[in-house]
Ligand binder design. Structure first.
Ligand code: NAD
Length: 472
């Protein structure tokens, strides 16, 4: 059984000072496949010290020098997309059809950051005033388990483009993916201390990054509860924070939507990454008059979203990441039934033939009202709630009646009308007529979905401070 016992500090793999050993459990069968030795506060402090030393030179690099680093990282991560994907499938149970795309998107984030850096003026002058955008300092980057290598790449790309040095704390549930990614990083031959990675628990290694005065900025992707802790605890050292948190994204089908296209897309949006996606469109808002048609269309389209072996390219929904997550999703399904929602597809229990491992049934509820627990809380599993509305304004009202505001989707034939609806949604991103992405568009949330934005020039700006020099 593979044992991971090192962290990556100051350009080398170093033995963990922390001694706690954790098994890595394969979600398809619940068996241990590897072990990882978790870092402690001392490992985190060593990594921070290395990043601090490296910042004295990397913080003064030019755009050209940072571009070289980004190109190199793009090269080395792109070369191992297949291995990174295989690790995501094995360790996390990510369906290969999704894992392939998201891992590739991670590699692409280095070239996207390179382009954004060229577009971002780092100096502006007028009269006798000069304004420069300066790297904020050492940044702590903390990632979740649902797309670990993507987040590692995306956050590192923006931080490097800004001239920051970093300490990364990947999800402790993702050490196999992190290990392959670290091998890429090592091969890139970056300046020592530019990028340091400590695998460990959030409340140990993550908390040290948040409290340490030598870390200027935290960029975090994860749950709302941990985001709130980071904001609160980071205040003591005046941390700059970017928080990418949860979602309960509405998907509005306007009454002129073409259901043959909109329903398969709605299911893909709801079940992407096995439903363990912050941007999953988990509230499908449909015109009351078209509910029966919508139900028929869902039943007809479900065959394309089977649960199964994540290695099978036909599988849309793999297992949940852990037993805990599997139990959590099942308990929400039971809660939905208790509160009076009707199961159209799926329901409680394991799918037939997938009793081993952490599988749940892709589930669609109808007769859901927006005040039910399943419509308000982020389930983070393949559970879609169908909610009816009376007219466009009612749809907008229901869509915005949530504490979240990460993403929304609108489908309709009249694009002007779809745009009008989109412009009223209190979310960081709206996709009109499709499951769309743009690595240059800002990404982040209104309300409890977070603070700040990632990607493109917006993501780089999040790692910069502004300095004005005024001359007489
Ligand atoms: P989590 O909040 O439990 O953990 C995320 C990371 O934070 C992990 O690396 C964890 O070790 C670390 N952490 C935990 N406690 C910490 C602390 N006290 N201080 C510092 N770090 C700490 O989230 P998760 O369960 O790994 O991921 C699922 C959540 O992530 C969901 O709520 C989902 O919506 C959210 N998410 C958001 C986005 C987004 O971009 N908005 C993307 C993916 C996932």
């Amino acid at each position: 059984m593979k044992a991971i016992t090192t962290h990556y500090i100051d350009g080398t793999f170093v033995k963990s000072h922390g001694r706690e050993v954790m098994d890595i459990i394969k979600p398809t069968n619940g068996k241990a496949i590897a072990s990882v030795t978790l870092g402690d506060e001392e490992d985190a402090r060593r990594a921070i010290a290395a990043a601090k030393r490296a910042f004295t030179t990397f913080g003064r690099t030019t755009k050209e020098e940072r571009t070289k680093v980004l190109r190199r990282l793009h090269e080395v991560v792109s070369a191992r997309v297949d291995e990174l994907t295989a690790a995501m499938v094995e360790e996390y149970g990510g369906a290969v059809q999704f894992a392939t795309l998201i891992v590739q998107a991670g590699a692409n984030s280095f070239s996207a950051a390179e382009k954004a850096l060229q577009e971002l003026p780092l100096t502006r002058t007028w009269d006798k005033t000069t304004v420069t955008l300066e790297p904020v300092g050492v940044a702590g980057l903390i990632t979740p388990w649902n797309a670990n290598s993507f987040f590692l790449s995306a956050k590192l790309a923006s931080a490097i483009a800004a001239g920051c040095t970093v300490v990364m704390k990947p999800s402790e549930l993702s050490p196999l993916q992190t290990q392959v990614w670290l091998e890429c990083l090592h091969e890139a031959g970056l300046p020592k201390g530019l990028c340091n990675v400590v695998i460990g628990r959030g409340d140990v290694v993550g908390a040290e990054l948040v409290r340490n005065p030598d870390v200027a900025k935290i960029s975090f992707t994860g749950s709302v509860a941990v985001g709130q802790t980071i904001m609160r605890d980071g205040a003591a050292t005046m941390k700059r924070v970017t928080l990418e948190l949860g979602g309960k994204s509405p998907n509005i089908l306007l009454d002129d939507a073409d259901l043959d296209k909109a329903i398969p897309t709605a299911l893909a949006i709801a079940f992407m990454n096995s439903g363990q996606a912050c941007v999953a469109g988990t509230r499908l808002l449909v015109p009351k008059a078209r509910l029966d048609e919508v139900k028929r269309a869902i039943l007809a389209a479900m065959h394309a979203f089977p649960a199964g072996d994540p290695r099978d390219p036909k599988t849309a929904v793999g297992p949940m990441v852990t037993q805990k997550q599997c139990d959590r999703v099942q308990s929400y399904i039971r809660k939905g039934i208790e509160e009076g929602a009707e199961v159209l597809v799926g329901g409680d229990g394991h799918p037939k033939g997938l009793e081993e491992g952490y599988f749940v049934k892709p589930t669609v509820f109808v007769n859901v009202t927006n005040d039910m627990t399943i419509a308000r809380e982020e389930i983070f599993g393949p559970v879609l709630c169908v909610i009816t509305y009376e007219n466009d304004d009612d749809a907008i009202k229901i869509a915005n009646d949530t504490s979240y505001g990460l993403h929304a989707y609108v489908s309709g034939t009249d694009v002007q009308r779809a745009r009008r609806v989109a412009s009223h949604l209190l979310v960081g991103r709206v996709a009109v007529n499709g499951m769309l992405d743009d690595q240059h568009a800002p990404f982040g949330g209104f309300k409890h979905s977070g603070v700040g934005r990632e990607f493109g020039t917006y993501g780089i700006e999040a790692f910069l401070e502004t300095r004005a020099i005024l001359e007489s």
